[in-house]
Design a protein around this ligand. Structure first.
Ligand code: PLP
Length: 394
């Protein structure tokens, strides 16, 4: 049989057209910069959408991956026991409210797991999940049902039934949505990320905790984007002093390899039986080794203190930028996660790319900044200066 003629030579043209990738083809990375095939360096304020918390080429993550490779086992499936997943679960439970961990492969998958665990825990009568206007939880059928984006949902209806929405900040409306007879869980992002980098007030998270207790429902925090140091706290919900029942993680967890996790209390874990849930790849040797190295590094108290210090510097730089640029309507966020509300976010992202700064947006009127957590002070200053040039053009 004759080999098929190659249909294309372009780097991305055979990929399904669900994304609109912009700009150069990247072939390398170093520290907080991505390197294009013509050698141009770009300062990265996206971190691969909050994934590359340790930047590019972190030696500890590389050593962990090489260590797994040297052992010869990348994957075994969950039919067999391996050490890294157990060690990682121990690290996560020792450093959070949780008692047990389920590993999966992405943020959406973690939220699917959380929804299933909540319904299993709640029993056959209590089926409802309460989510929030402006929230984003992923693109799979359950996570999408809890995501407040009609344009993402409508082409794929019917989605998972049983999701009710409430407004962030409206305690009375949340109380009205919850009931002892029907509600299994409340699912909330401590900072709504894709929805425009909108921090949820601590008082509202506390009220949600209280109302969940009254309704016999689980409080589930989606920390897929905010978790593992991004906000200057190891877990963003810690800033409000609440203890959730369930937390979902993904993006930065495995240093750039795909991994998600659902962290639960013993009470939730007790409702799950062997066979209730599963995934072939979850917690594999290589990915768990990379995650352990990532978690140990980010979780070190001196590392987190640095993220907080740099978060204050970034807040100051952005506050000053907003004062000089009246078209900036709001600056909000925490740590290394900020949103700049102004018209024409896509134009700003495009102009910044042309001048060597990678940014992303969160909706039509919010420019989102997600620098690697290891970024230096001078890089923060350089990035904000480039951002300001891109804004001044608007
Ligand atoms: N939850 C939140 C808060 C997210 O920001 C995202 C992705 O942006 C997801 C879930 C979905 O994660 P993934 O893209 O890994 O499925």
């Amino acid at each position: 049989m004759l080999a098929a003629e190659p249909k294309t030579t372009e780097a991305t043209s055979a990929l399904l057209g669900v994304y609109k990738p912009a700009g150069p083809v990247f072939v390398g990375g170093e520290g907080c910069e991505l390197i294009a095939e013509d050698g141009t360096r770009y300062l990265d304020f996206t971190s691969g959408i909050a994934v590359n918390a340790l930047g590019y080429g972190d030696p500890d993550v590389a050593a962990a991956i090489q260590g797994a490779l040297a052992g010869g086992v990348i994957h075994t499936s969950n039919l067999f026991r391996t050490a890294p997943a157990g060690e990682l679960a121990s690290w996560l439970t020792a450093n959070s409210f949780a008692d047990r961990v389920f590993f999966c492969n992405s943020g959406a998958e973690a939220n699917e797991g959380a929804i299933k665990f909540a319904r299993r825990w709640a029993g056959p009568e209590k089926r409802e999940i309460v989510a929030f206007r402006g929230g984003f939880h992923g693109r799979t059928m359950g996570a999408l049902a809890a995501t407040d984006r009609p344009a993402y949902q409508e082409p794929f209806a019917p989605l998972m039934p049983g999701v009710r929405f409430a407004e962030v900040g409206d305690v009375a409306a949340l109380e009205a949505r919850l009931s002892w007879g029907n509600t299994a869980a409340v699912l909330i992002e401590p900072i709504q990320a894709e929805g425009g980098v909108r921090p949820v007030p601590a008082e509202f998270l506390k009220a949600a905790r209280h109302l969940c207790d009254l309704a016999g429902a689980l409080l589930m925090v989606d920390e897929v984007q905010t978790g593992l140091g991004r906000t200057g706290w190891l877990w963003a919900h810690e800033a409000s002093g609440i203890r959730p029942d369930v937390m979902t993680l993904a993006k930065p967890l495995a240093g750039g390899l795909p991994m998600g996790a659902v962290l639960v209390t013993e009470a939730v874990a007790g409702a799950l039986q062997p066979g209730d849930h599963g995934t072939t790849f979850g917690g594999g040797v290589m990915v768990a080794s990379a995650a352990l190295a990532t978690c140990r590094k980010i979780g070190a108290p001196e590392f987190m203190a640095e993220v907080r210090r740099k978060g204050t510097l970034l807040a100051d730089l952005l506050g000053a930028l907003a004062l000089r640029n009246p078209c900036v309507r709001a600056v909000r966020g925490a740590g290394m996660m900020w949103g700049i509300e102004t018209d024409g976010a896509a134009g700003i992202v495009g102009r910044a790319l042309d001048s060597g700064l990678l940014l992303c947006s969160a909706g039509a009127d919010v420019v989102r900044l997600l620098p690697p957590l290891v970024i230096g002070d001078d890089e923060l200053r350089r990035g904000v200066a480039l951002l300001e040039e891109a804004i001044e053009c608007c």
